[in-house]
Structures are given as C-alpha cells and as structure tokens.
Design a protein around this ligand. Structure first.
Ligand code: AHR
Length: 845
C-alpha cells in the first residue's frame, strides 16, 4: 500500500531543492547509491533436476507408458531382496571404513510387470509371463510373454498400461506409438492399440498388422484422440490365439517441448524455463551417487536409442528409464538458455545409504569417463565423443560450463579424490569450472583443504521455518578464500506444510542473503524442483504435477521473481524496523513423540484460573487432530502407540498465557515426549523432554532450540508430571514439580530488505520481505544523489494467511501481482503488507 508522503519541494532562488523530512513510519530503509556492494553475477539463480518423486519418469520426460521395457521389477545390481527389504552389499562405508553401514530399504514392487495388467472379456483367456529368453537386447533383457489360449468371437484379450497414474489424452492430439514384438507361428495378429477413457470410451484406436515372426520387429503407429481424459489407459488387444512377446512399448505425445523426439512434457518444461535459470544442475543429488556404487548414475548408459538404455535405479525407490539422459539434459539446457552443470560420481555411493565405494585404483577410470563426458558436450566433432554427439544430432557444442565432483560427500579422502579430478579436468579443459560438494549444512573444511584448488564449493541448505530470517546475512561470516560458493540445494522445508507462503518468504530472505553476498555466493538452486503428487519422496518441492495438471508452490514464484529482478550490483542497504508488538505465543496444545511411543493423561489447560480444557480419555478423544503417528485411547490415557514421530493437537488459536499441566509416560522407543503450547510467527513452540536420543531437554520454536538444551532423560514406563506456564513470549517448564528450564522467545526481525542497481535499465531494485503479521510502515530513503522518477513498479507476492498454499484447485492463490505505484521520491513512505515479498523497481532519471 502506498502512503502519500509529506515531501514538500520548495524552489528557493537558485533552484535549490529542500526536502521536508518524511513522517517516520515504524521503520526505515536507507539505500546508499554511492556505496556499491558486490557485483551480482548472472549465474546466481539456476535449477537442480533430480530423478526424485517421479520428477522425470512420469514427469518432465514425455513418455506416457510406465515400465515400457518390462524391467521395473529388476532388483538393482549388487543388491539382494530379503524379507521385503533391499539389502546393499555389506562392504565398508566410505566415511567410516572399515565399518559397514546396516542401511536397507523396503522393497515394495507390485508384481513382476508393474504398470501392466491383463484384461480379458467374454471368455478370452491368456497367461502372462516375464521371460528372459531371446531378449531384444542386453539393455532390456526381459520381455512380456502373452500366451493367448482362448479367444471366442466376441471375447478379447488385452494388456493394459495405466501410464503414470493415468495416461493424459487430449482431444485432437496425436500420440506416437512404437513397440517391439515377436511371436510363434500360431499368432496371426493383428494387434489393436487403443486409448480408453476411465469410463470405458475408446478415445483412439489403430489396428496394426503383426506378421508372425520369431525375431523381434519394431512396429509404429499414430493414435489420434477423439476425446480428453487425464486418466486414460493404453491397451494392446490381440486378434488371435497364440504366443506373442512384447518389449519396449512406448507412447509419446506428438508435441513435446521444442518438438524434440524423445522430448519433454511441454507444460513442465515451460514452467522450468520461466524460472529463467542461469544453469541446470543434473542428474542429482543422491541419484548421482546411487544407493550402492554399482547403481550410480552413468552418463554413457543414457545415450543413444532409448531401447538400448538399461536405466538407473533411483535411490528414491524406482527405476529411471534414462530417457531424459545426458544428451537430453544438455539439449534442454541449450533450449532454455541455461549453462549445464553436470554432477559426476566420485566413486562413492550415497552416504545416507550404503556408502559403498570403488577403490582408489578405479578413480582414474572415473576421471577418464568424466573427461569423455566433457568431450561429448563440448569437444569438436572430430573428437571421439564429439563425433558421437554429432551422430546423435547435435554437431554444435552444448553449453556445458561446470562439473561437480560427487554429491554431499565430506572428509579428506573425498577431497583427495576431488583433487585428482580437478587436475585432470583443468589440464584438458581449463575453461570448465569444477565444484566440490559438501555435506548438508555448512561447508566441509577437511575436504576443501585436501582438494587444494577448487573453483566452487557446493553447500546444501534445507532449513526449518524462520532459520533464514534468524540467520539473515549468515554468508557475511564466511571467509572469502578464492572459491565461489554454490548453494546447490536450498529450501525452507521444516514446519511449512507442503510449501506455504511463509516458506516462500523464508526462501526469499535466504535468496536476499545470497544476493547480498554475491562476492561469495555465485550460484544457487532450490531443491527439489519437481514432484509428481502421486509419489512424493520429499516433503516440500517447487513444482507439483500429475498426469495433466501442474502448479508452482509459493516458493516457485519467489524464485521466479528473484531471477527476473536480478540487479547488476548491490547497493548498501540498511533496515531498521521494530515490530509494534511481537505477538504472544498463542494457539492450542500438542502432544508429540519422536521415534517413540508415549502416552498422556490428566491434561488441563487454564488461563487466569479459568479452565479452557480438561481431558477425559474414558471415551474417544473428541476434537484432537492427529498429524502422523497412531493415536488411540487406552486405559484412560491418550497413546501414540508406535515408535514413530507423531503429533496430536487440541485447542484454539486464541489461547495464550496458559498454564498447561499433564502426565506423560514413555512406553518404548528412542526418545521421550514433547508438548507444544502454541505458535509464534508460525513456529510450533514446544518443550521437548528426553529429546536427542533421550539425552536432552529443550524449549524449541519449530526445530530451533531457544536458549540452551540441558542434559536430561526420561525413564521408560514411568509417569511424569509436566507443567508449562506461558506468559506472553516466556515459557517456564516444570517436571515433577521442579522448574527445569525457562526461556523467552526472542523477537525475529520481521522486515528485511536489500537493494541493487540494474545497470541495463538504470533502475534501483528494492526487495523487501515482511514476515510479520502487521503492516510495516517504512520510510524509504535513497541517498547518494540519484534522482528517482515519481513512479515505480511494484511486484507483490502475498496472501491472507502465512500458511496459505497453492494447490491444483487454486494454483495461483499465491502468485505475483504487479502494479505501478506513484509518489516515489528520494524519501517516501510505504506500507508493506503482512506476510509479503515486495519488489519495487525504482526508475532513475
Ligand atoms: O534434494 C533431495 C536430496 O537432498 C538430494 O538428493 C540430496 O543431495 C539431498 O540430501
């Protein structure tokens, strides 16, 4: 909201400008156009693609058939399945060698041919089998055998594929079908390919004559849809009895992004393109490393005809067909004007998982493989791999600019490996920038030291809500050591739902901190980028989609706005803002457990002697809202009955200044219990009793400890009396009548701002985040003699509540709105609405 200022211009004698002081608001933002900060590189905002949550398979990659090669039930190489778990080889973990990780993961493959089913009608009979005899090629060793034993005149036998949670078909669009088949002499064909709507209407059909042939033949056809259905099925219906084998059944929309064959789903690709990413980091993440070193990503396996790509087992629990392979990644980078950042495996698998590794004597082969990858991307067509690129349809070099060696590794041994890669890459390709990865949260000094020389260090930063605000400008404290910092994965993803407005504001503050420190931070990418909402592997993701729809989270728009409003250079910006009132802790209570089963009873919530709630667990717990965990009433207590993390909440948003008392008992598991007493700025305020493996007690806001934790544990099976007194923002915690700890929740800065100059347009770009619940009336002062035009352009990202989220139903509930604002001068007052990101472009004259 613009508030007209009392600026008075008086022309006295010799055209001297006198500016009356503005009426001060609740705060000030001072921008000094003479005090220049760091230059802001164009490389600052990029994207990071990883095959997680079906980002590519059933997502960005255009293929519509799930398990087209009949290989999705394959146990990943080097692993075993035992008692429903996938077990990696029990060889040492790279970091803790000679110790071995005991990590394993659930193996939940639905049958032998996931995605496919047999459908018969009116007496048609057939048997399916997955066979390895006479394979199409080594990359796709299995094929589907269909033995059709009975086919009466009106009967039918078909194999059906439901795609990735539906084959999305649009009226008038056509779809390119290809498949390989062989058959015995009895099978005379034909095969009818069709697209069938959820309610059984045939939306497209084509009959393909299939000659009886003992050897594999490829068949191609085009299906044109007469109707629309996001959840259609694809069917191949067989016209005679006999035995037929199918492999590599592929269906692509005729229209893909930039119409490349084997291309990308246009709406998702376009949405990524609209982020205007300076670079694309690919293919991971944990995907690069693999759950074992044998399952690591390998670029050469992702080249060439799609039926000759063996696929990679994603550590996120499914097979990638690698259709969106190295070539396609480079092509996509070129298509959207981004530089390519390729992450190579350093001979070590994911440290969260098995951590298995290749011995040092195999590192030269990995380095050679990396040099060949670079040659493929940028080598001349006369080089071995440049020629392969040309044969694959792209003689010109691709925009490969960066190689990252490993993902989320740490330690001296890792750093020494990076040094070997660095030396070899620089010797042949001095123009390529080489990055070292770091473990989550902070950079890894031993690795950097061991690497010696490095161009870029990649830090990953997944943070709880309010972290970015409480740590604004944390990059200012990093030593500048000659390498550039890349925040390869960042997101506010703790206590922000699936990615609400508050998360986007925290991310905005984080990006402001990056931008302000762009002498050090030269690149950043939000993570993860994509989520198919039918298979979520990660809590908070930027772009959500299903077979036909998509929407961006609030953070998507924040990232887009930051990329669109990238100034050339920082201007010194000073913010002073005091919230008129930091809100009291308010809201209902919560009972929580972390990997533990506990129970609770005799709960009372009082305010000034008046009872707001008194539990009665002789019957079902009315009004309690559970969030994870298995909550039951048993023996007069409210029990979270499994050793998992779970919460249950009760109460009203307007509760504050409460006295909460209850009894709690740990039943089994790793920790004790937690009780929350409301929220402050969207953060759950809780007392964690017996946290951190039952070693500490702490008062927390979101996950952050307020003040200090203290040593403490709880005994299994013993009832404890808990009492928590809340006064405004002060929390006092008693255990068995004894005061254990107390803290006052500090205020958080609610208004944060940076400004920079865009040398192309001459504009001053002011970015302001108001993370608080009140309108922030701020006096903006632009010092340094820059003359401003009276009008500026405001882009605002906000919503009614900080917890609001976008969704399929309301995809643009939180989306930027742009308008022209007047009354701008070197001093003006502006009212920044609650929970908002405002970007004001101030024109200069
Ligand atoms: O972005 C999801 C995962 O987070 C990435 O695979 C990994 O690098 C990080 O731990």
């Amino acid at each position: 909201m613009f508030k007209k200022t009392s600026t008075l211009l008086v022309l006295i004698g010799s055209l001297m400008l006198i500016i009356q002081p503005v009426q001060a608001g609740d705060g000030t933002i001072n921008i000094d156009t003479d005090k220049l900060g760091a230059h802001i590189p164009r490389s600052l905002y990029g994207v990071f693609f990883e095959e997680i949550s079906h980002a590519g398979e059933g997502g960005l990659y255009g293929e519509l058939i799930q398990n087209r090669g009949f290989e999705d039930a394959n146990v990943p190489p080097s692993c075993l399945v035992e008692n429903g778990y996938l077990i990696p080889p029990r060889t040492p973990h790279f970091w803790i060698q000679p110790k071995i990780s005991d990590w394993k993961m659930r193996w939940e493959v639905p049958g032998q041919w996931p995605g496919w089913s047999l459908r018969t009608s009116a007496g048609g009979e057939a048997l399916l089998d997955l066979v390895e005899t006479n394979p199409l090629n080594q990359a796709t060793p299995h094929s589907l055998q269909i033995n059709i034993s009975r086919l009466p005149e009106n009967g039918s036998v078909a194999v059906v594929n439901g795609g990735f949670w539906g084959v999305s078909i649009k009226q008038g669009s056509s779809y390119k079908l290809s498949f390989f088949a062989r058959s015995n002499n009895d099978f005379r064909g034909p095969i009818t390919a069709s697209l069938v709507s959820k309610d059984g209407r045939v939306l497209a059909t084509n009959t393909i004559e299939v000659a009886s042939s003992a050897s594999w033949k490829k068949y191609e056809s085009t299906l044109t849809a007469t109707g629309t259905d996001a959840k259609a099925e694809f069917a191949l219906t067989f016209g005679s009895t006999g035995t037929i084998w199918l492999d590599f059944v592929s269906l692509f929309p005729s229209v893909t992004f930039k119409n490349h064959p084997n291309g990308l789903r246009p709406d998702i690709a376009q949405m990524i393109a609209e982020l205007k990413p300076a670079f694309i980091r690919w293919p991971g993440g944990c995907f690069v490393e693999g759950l074992t070193v044998e399952t690591r990503a390998q670029w050469k396996r992702t080249l060439g005809p799609i039926e000759e790509r063996p696929g990679t087992y994603s550590p996120w629990g499914y097979w990638s067909s690698d259709g969106f392979g190295y070539h396609e990644f480079l092509q996509f980078s070129e298509d959207i004007g981004a530089d390519a950042l390729y992450v190579v495996n350093v001979g070590v698998s994911c440290a969260f998982r098995s951590g298995t590794f290749l011995p040092d004597d195999q590192v030269p082969a990995l380095i050679e493989d990396t040099l060949e990858a670079i040659e493929y991307a940028i080598g001349p067509v006369t080089s071995k791999w440049g020629a392969v690129r040309a044969r694959n349809g792209h003689p010109r070099p691709f925009p490969l600019k960066y190689i990252e060696v490993g993902n989320e590794q740490q330690g001296t041994l890792y750093g020494e490996r990076v040094a070997r890669f660095y030396e070899a890459i620089k010797a042949r390709y001095p123009e390529i920038k080489v990055a070292l990865s770091s473990w989550i949260a902070g950079i890894d000094r031993p690795a950097i030291k061991a690497a010696g020389k490095i161009d870029i260090v990649d830090e990953h930063a997944y943070k709880p809500v309010y972290w970015a605000i409480e740590n604004f400008d944390s990059f200012a404290h990093y030593q500048r050591e000659g390498w550039d910092l890349y925040i390869g994965e960042f997101a506010t993803n703790g206590r922000v739902g699936r990615g609400n407005l508050l998360a986007a504001l925290n991310d905005s503050v984080y990006m402001m901190s990056m931008e302000k420190n762009s002498d050090l931070v030269k690149m950043g990418s939000y993570a993860p980028l994509l989520e198919n909402t039918n298979k979520r592997d990660w809590q908070v993701n930027l772009i959500h989609f299903d077979s036909s729809r998509l929407f961006g989270r609030a953070a998507y728009y924040a990232c887009k706005l930051f990329a669109e409003n990238l100034p050339s250079i920082n201007l010194a910006t000073n913010v002073e803002y005091k919230p008129t009132n930091a809100r009291p802790i308010s809201g209902g209570i919560g009972l929580g457990t972390f990997n533990t089963s506990s129970e609770f009873k005799d709960i009372r919530v009082e305010r000034e002697g008046k009872i707001l709630y008194k539990s009665d667990f002789s019957k079902n717990p009315e009004g309690w809202k559970t969030e994870r965990g298995t909550w039951v009433v048993q023996d007069g207590a409210y029990r979270q009955s499994e050793s998992v993390t779970g919460w249950s909440y009760f109460g009203s948003d307007d509760w504050n200044n409460t006295d909460v008392s209850l009894k709690a008992r740990k039943l089994k598991g790793a920790e004790g219990f937690a009780v929350s007493v409301g929220n402050a700025e969207g953060r759950r305020v809780q007392w964690n009793v017996g946290g951190w493996d039952n070693k500490q007690h702490a008062i927390q806001a979101a996950e952050a400890i307020i003040g200090k934790s203290i040593p403490g544990r709880v005994e299994e099976g013993r009832w404890y009396d808990l009492r928590i007194e809340v006064r405004d923002r002060h929390v006092r915690c008693y255990l068995d009548g004894q005061l254990i700890q107390e803290q006052t929740l500090p205020r958080v800065d609610t208004v944060l701002a940076i400004a920079g100059k865009d040398n192309n347009s001459g504009e001053i770009v002011l970015k302001v985040v108001n993370t608080g619940p009140e309108v922030a009336q701020v006096a903006v002062q632009v010092n340094g003699g820059t003359r401003l035009a009276p009008e500026g352009k405001l882009t605002l990202l906000t919503s009614t509540n900080p917890t609001d989220e976008n969704s399929f139903e309301a995809p643009k509930r939180i989306a930027p709105v742009t308008k022209i604002i007047g009354g701008i001068g070197s001093k003006f007052t502006y009212e920044f609405v609650p929970y908002s990101l405002s970007i004001i472009r101030l024109k200069t004259r």
